[in-house]
Write a protein that binds this ligand. Structure first.
Ligand SMILES: [Zn+2]
Length: 425
């Protein structure tokens, strides 16, 4: 054996010893939980595949309900009382799957996942440890982690006597409005729980104690229609498209210095005639005219309610000083509140990190809120201590390259099972 190989072998032995020591930090019940997950490796991937093969973009109400039915079957089997909560028709959302069990053991937990995806999907492709498909990582992978952990707990009777509510929302990626209807049940469940755990994608070895909130905005600009050669004249002014461009560039110049704030124009339509509908629209106009109208829509991501108020005030101010013969109307809509990093959230992170260390997986750090957008956990974080980012590792969320790292699923399911076990003793 070469010296190098020898060293490698010694290191390997030491690693093995370290693993034994870590394993000793798990109780007999906890070792049974990890044993269950090791034995059901194949089922974990199969459950993920089944869910990803169902197209469940938020607006595909039937698809969202189908994923709900799949998960409902899993939860029924392990003794949860399940119910589908319909949304009023005018919200154009599928509704939510809620499951609960009542008891008095330890802390009352609220576990959060979502059934919908941003992009339409239904396809499934595996390359090595990467499972690709709309929602594979965001967040059917996390839903799978949550369900497998609960199944492991059920297999050793550890759910008996616990009070756990599982909330799978059907419109996390585009919450139905008004929010006080679409998030009523989630907020109600938080009021009857002590802690919330949410299973959006894990970002490397971190969990989420703070998330930015989001708010939508819409800009409508009007100008005077005329011959292109008369642009900038007193009679015809600068036109709607130049004014929209001025406003957007001023947002960029004046707001970029705000740490923790982003403001992205996502869609723009401009011309003589513009028709916006839902997430799309049409625009028309000849090349030799001055644009009469422009519509822009986008969002704002913010770290605190104060920052949101500041950003809105600046944007409103910018949109109120218009170029010649143009006018602009800027409107805002509340979406997700911000989740702030409270001491209780950080203590919950410590507890998760200890579980991870006891499993031999290393410490878990706090995720930088700038690395992620808003999430359903934000609605409950003002009510109870909360932790998010407990779902699958992966990447490409909200893009056609969305994937879950299937190798991470058993590790994260073990971590979740033991965390829930310890919180509910
Ligand atoms: Zn998500």
């Amino acid at each position: 054996m070469s010296t190098r190989l020898h060293r490698f072998f010694l290191a390997y032995l030491m690693l093995g010893a370290a693993r034994l020591i870590f394993a000793a930090d798990l109780s007999a019940d906890e070792r049974r939980l990890t044993g269950y997950i090791d034995e059901h490796h194949g089922e974990i991937n199969a459950l993920l595949e089944q869910a990803v093969r169902i197209d469940s973009a938020t607006e595909n109400l039937e698809g969202v309900k189908k994923v709900g039915a799949l998960y409902r079957g899993e939860l029924d089997q392990i003794g949860f009382a399940t119910r589908w909560i319909d949304m009023p028709v005018e919200l154009k959302r599928a509704g939510h799957l809620f499951a609960s069990r009542t008891g008095t053991h330890g802390k009352r937990l609220l576990l959060i996942g979502h059934l919908d995806t941003v992009l339409p999907g239904g396809t499934w492709r595996v390359e090595g440890n990467r499972a690709y498909g709309a929602g594979a990582g965001d967040m059917k992978g996390g839903d799978t982690v949550l369900l497998v952990a609960l199944k492991a707990l059920a297999s050793i009777g550890a759910l008996d006597g616990t009070q756990i509510t599982v909330a799978f929302t059907g419109d996390e990626e585009s919450a139905g409005h008004p929010i006080d209807i679409s998030r009523r049940d989630l907020i109600e469940a938080a009021k009857n729980s002590d802690y919330a755990l949410a299973f959006e994608n894990a970002v490397r070895d971190t969990a989420t104690v703070a998330r930015r909130g989001s708010s939508n905005w819409r800009l409508e600009v009007s100008g005077i229609q005329g011959h292109s050669s008369a642009i900038f004249s007193a009679a015809f002014g600068d036109g709607a498209i130049y004014e929209a461009a001025r406003i957007l560039n001023s947002f960029r110049e004046q707001l970029r210095k705000e740490d923790g704030l982003t403001f992205s124009p996502a869609m723009i339509l401009g011309g003589t005639d513009v028709e916006a509908s839902g997430n799309g629209g049409t625009a028309s106009g000849k090349g030799n005219v001055i644009a009469r109208t422009a519509i822009v829509k986008g969002d704002l991501r913010f770290s605190s309610p104060e920052q949101l108020a500041r950003a809105r005030a600046t944007m409103t101010e910018i949109a109120s000083h218009n170029l010649r013969r143009t006018s602009a109307k800027l409107t805002f809509e509340d979406s997700y509140p911000a989740m702030e990093a409270t001491p209780a959230n950080l203590a919950l992170l410590d507890q998760l990190s200890q579980v991870s260390v006891d499993l031999g997986f290393g410490k878990v750090a706090a995720c930088d809120p700038k690395e992620r957008g808003a999430g359903d956990v934000s609605f409950v974080a003002p009510i109870i201590p909360s932790l998010d980012g407990l779902g699958a590792r992966g990447g490409g969320a909200h893009t056609p390259g969305d994937f879950a790292d299937t190798k991470s699923l058993p590790e994260l399911a073990k971590r979740t099972a033991i965390l829930i076990y310890r919180m509910t003793r």
